[in-house]
Design a protein around this ligand. Structure first.
Ligand code: PLP
Length: 390
């Protein structure tokens, strides 16, 4: 692993696994097996009792296809360990059940499923959760002083692409002995590596940019050995481990992650600039625009501004819905990060479950459209937006 630290991200994406295939396959094939046989009881006990690494049982994550994926993922985020899950929500659930039992504070807007898990479901288990918005950050120190031990946030956030200062929040949390977990789904490790900025844990919905083709559902949790080892039993017994088929498909996707995300960054910048000039657009939310509120911070802590652009059309929610309906290349679908460009109106999808007042409090207007920029020619995407806005 030590030699990997000197390698670039694109190299790690292709050569991040040290697993050797007995037949010389250049990548680890799908080991579609649930269990693995041992030459002797002594060899079996070496793995069961942790003296030797190796395959044992797939639900435990002890499967070569999963090992290859996790080693590659850990390399990309600069983490000691990565555990792969059957979805992003499964990774978050294991994170919160392992490290959130003394209370969790979620800073800023977050994915709808995350808000539901934190706001409604974890409290049923007696876990105290606190959802604070970006303009309420002064409450963070109070909550930390009261003993909350896990701070969780996304940056950039969904859908307004707010940028939070990972270094500053980590320093505040660490001063109180709390841990920081960042949902890095929107940025991907190509654009942002929170562990290098002081975060303790990183979680991803690998369903999005890491998978990149809208054809798999997976999640990953990464961090130090100290923080990841206690998660292992939760994943094992919740039964939320990634399958070997999905692990293999995700490893395949990772080999092109760097080129995909860099292209999506460039296309999103072009779309954002074109929309900023368009008379039918009231506002553009994109970290790469110099006039965007989070631009300076994004420039300081990110390596690229990402493939997500949010626009606010002039007019109300019905006007925005008509624009979304008229788009031809952009498919009207939730999700993000794939090769195909997608459009969603947050008030009808990701934030549909919230009341109108709550959406307003979060700065989400009905006229917003969230664009996930894919791998099409940027000029065609811009032309599609222009015809829909006409
Ligand atoms: C999609 C998403 C999730 C949930 O991931 P699934 O793979 O759908 O379970 C969590 N966080 C963010 C930011 C997401 O976009």
């Amino acid at each position: 692993m030590a030699e990997n630290l000197t390698r670039g991200l694109a190299t790690l994406a292709v050569h991040g696994s040290s697993q050797q295939d007995v037949y010389g396959s250049p990548y680890t094939p799908i080991y579609n097996t649930t269990t693995f046989a041992f030459p002797s009881t002594a060899d079996l006990l070496d793995v069961v009792e942790g003296r030797a690494a190796g395959p044992l049982y797939t639900r435990y994550g002890l499967n070569p296809s999963i090992f290859a994926l996790e080693e590659t993922l850990a390399g990309l985020e600069g983490a000691e360990l990565a555990w792969a899950f059957c979805s992003g929500m499964a990774a978050e659930t294991a994170l919160f059940l392992t490290h959130g039992r003394d209370g969790i504070v979620c800073v800023g807007d977050a994915y709808g499923g995350t808000l539901e898990l934190l706001g409604t479901q974890l409290p049923l288990l007696g876990i105290k959760t606190h959802l604070i918005l970006g303009h309420e950050l002064e409450r963070l120190d109070q909550l930390l002083a009261a003993g909350v031990k896990l701070v969780f946030f996304e940056t950039p956030t969904n859908p307004a692409l707010d940028i939070f200062d990972i270094r500053a929040i980590a320093a505040r949390a660490h001063a109180h002995g709390a841990r920081v977990a960042v949902d890095n789904t929107f940025a991907s490790p190509v654009n942002q590596r929170p562990l290098e900025l002081g975060a303790d844990l990183v979680v991803h919905s690998a369903t999005k940019f890491l998978g990149g083709h809208s054809d798999l559902t997976a999640g990953v949790l990464m961090g130090s050995k100290e923080l990841l080892m206690p998660v292992w039993n939760w994943r094992k017994n919740l039964g939320s481990t990634i399958s070997p088929e999905t692990a293999s498909l995700l490893s395949r996707s990772l080999r092109t992650l760097v080129v995909r995300v860099r292209q999506q960054n460039a296309a999103a910048q072009a779309v954002a600039e074109a929309m900023a000039r368009h008379p039918g657009i009231a506002r553009v939310f994109y970290p790469g625009l110099p006039e965007f509120s989070g631009h300076a911070l994004a420039k300081a802590q990110m390596h690229g501004f990402g493939g997500m652009v949010t626009i606010e059309v002039k007019g109300d929610g019905d006007v925005a819905a008509r624009v979304a309906d008229r788009l031809g290349l952009f498919a009207l679908a939730p999700s993000l990060g794939g090769a195909e460009s997608l459009v969603t109106q947050p008030c009808t999808t990701t934030h549909h479950g919230l009341s109108a007042e709550e959406r307003a409090r979060r700065g989400i207007s009905d006229a917003m459209l969230r664009l996930s920029i894919g791998l099409e020619d940027p000029a065609d995407l811009i032309a599609d937006l222009e015809q829909a806005l006409r």
